[in-house]
Design a protein around this ligand. Sequence first.
Ligand SMILES: [Zn+2]
Length: 343
Amino acid sequence: MSRRDALVAALRLRARRCRRRGGILMYHCITEDTADPWAICVSPHAFDEQMTVLAHARAAVDLGDFAGDDAYTRTGARIAVTFDDGYLDNLTTALPILERHEIPATIFVIGNGVGRTREFWWDALQRALLTGPLPEALDFPFGFSPTGYTLDERPGDDEALTGWRADFDAAVTSRQKLFRALWDAIVVLEPTEQDDAVDHLLAWAGRPTSPPTPRRAVDAEQFAELAAHPLITIGSHTLDHPSLTDLPPTRQHAQILEGRRTIEELAGRPVTRFSYPYGRHDDTARAAVRDVGIDIACSSVPVPAITGDDRHALPRLQPTEMDGDRFTRRLREDYGLLTGTTR
Ligand SMILES: [Zn+2]
């Protein structure tokens, strides 16, 4: 971040601290994983510590409170928990922890993700590219050709991958650059092409196509178990997890409408919450979300929610792997939340 960006961010934060505010947390997987360029995994132990902080502060509220005025306070005392995508560990690992602390959560599930037996493309891509050795040359016939690409690994490049964040850190090594270029190319492909593309890359990299992976989606039965649980509210997350802002309006609308319909049929009840895949939205997407009757929708802009925010594009903070003390400091010092509590 440049000094100017840092200054703007600090001023923005200060302005937000003057308003009534609350926090919406965005989790994905509750599991341990070494290659995690988007920091979407939080270990069960860290998640438990983070939920303990919310429980001790009596901060946890249902996301629905953010549709009205209840969630916004001068001290940022209310915090809602959400999960994206519909990973199985939300049921097997996160739910018992939520139960122990009596914390409600909203899980945004991809319509065609339920019952999916293979990894999501972004998980397969990071497994292909960011773990183990790679061949030098790549032929990638999916609308993107890294012409002349050669893997030019230098001593120390391996270590550069550890803890590398694709969203914050610069891509420095040839492997990091290739990962980013491929991610940008694959995100805009059709769903079947995305799977073909990562199959091609897994084969090229010499990785198994279907490994035992902790990052697995729920099946219909597991989804029903989540949907029936009193602490859980199910939201939708489109039908196929496209980059909505890269789609024409009719397809945006169809992805939002069909995703919601699929999840409603599976849940057997109305679904009125939504989150934007990759946090990407524009005027058309927000209008479509309102149009299909969604009550509250979340983006991934990492700032607290404040009074006056559009309830169809509420920002969310992304907790990463950190213990309870660090989590508390992050909420207080970076986001101005939980400022009225002593722990
Ligand atoms: Zn997602």
